[in-house]
Design a protein around this ligand. Structure first.
Ligand SMILES: Nc1ncnc2c1ncn2[C@@H]1O[C@H](COP(=O)(O)OP(=O)(O)OP(=O)(O)O)[C@@H](O)[C@H]1O
Ligand SMILES: [Mg+2]
Length: 216
């Protein structure tokens, strides 16, 4: 599903963000990406989402080479990738329904279909009674569930989650992790970036550790 060959990413400063990364993630896998702050976790996820391009090396996602992909093909591919990014926040002036519906509106789904899919997803994440709330009126855990709803509403092939439990207390962390597991069981390939050792403590999942841009 995801293949990286000797990916190198530099932002111009002395030390590159990613160095010689080769990684294969199979369809239906659940992989943790870990490592200290600045190790390159977010950059790696951004390369996969094509929000950043490799400085050198190749990245293949769902069979497409991201160095050669055309804009139109890229936007189709991105529709199949759900993202929960640290710097990709909910829109504060749109309510829960509108935040989750946005991706589907951009794709151009008919309104009836949008309503159906959004309601289904909000029901699944126990957010139905918050549909009309605005993000500032929600708790941290609720906001994170809305971010997950937005990422999965279009049944993605791949879910990329960057520190999905970042500011949450232990109970909410467990809840979010259980949700990600369920989404994985439904067939989505899931990559979770986290620096939390707590999250990895008892896991049997594959763990990829980065340090200073390298896989260790
Ligand atoms: N847009 C950018 N411009 C310049 N440097 C960047 C940019 N994005 C990331 N970097 C640098 O690349 C390195 C890796 O950053 P990245 O955000 O991938 O780390 P991370 O592992 O996600 O860290 P954290 O756990 O703190 O989120 C850092 O040294 C960072 O300063
Ligand atoms: Mg990061």
């Amino acid at each position: 599903m995801i293949q990286l060959f000797q990916v190198y990413k530099s932002f111009g400063s002395k030390n590159p963000a990613l160095l010689d990364i080769s990684l294969t993630v199979k369809k239906g896998e659940f992989v943790f990406i870990t490592g200290p702050s600045g190790a390159g976790k977010t950059t790696l996820l951004k390369i996969i989402f094509c929000a950043e391009r490799p400085t050198s090396g190749n990245a293949l996602v769902d069979g497409r080479n991201l160095n050669r992909i055309k804009d139109q093909e890229l936007s189709l591919l991105r529709r199949r990738i759900g993202v929960i990014f640290q710097d990709f926040k909910l829109l504060p002036r749109r309510n829960v329904f509108e935040n989750v519906a946005l991706t589907l509106e951009i794709i151009g789904f008919p309104l009836s279909m949008i309503r159906k899919k959004v309601h289904q997803t909000l029901r699944y994440l126990s957010l139905v009674n918050k549909e009309g709330y605005y993000p500032p009126q929600l708790s941290g855990g609720e906001q994170q569930r809305v971010a997950i709803a937005r990422a999965i509403v279009n049944d993605p092939l791949i879910l990329l989650a960057d520190e999905p439990t970042g500011n949450l207390d232990p109970d909410l962390t467990m809840e979010i992790m259980a949700l990600l597991k369920e989404i994985h069981i439904r067939g989505t390939t899931v990559l979770v970036a986290t620096h939390s050792q707590e999250l990895l403590k008892d896991t049997t999942r594959r763990i990829v550790t980065l340090n200073k841009g390298r896989i260790v």
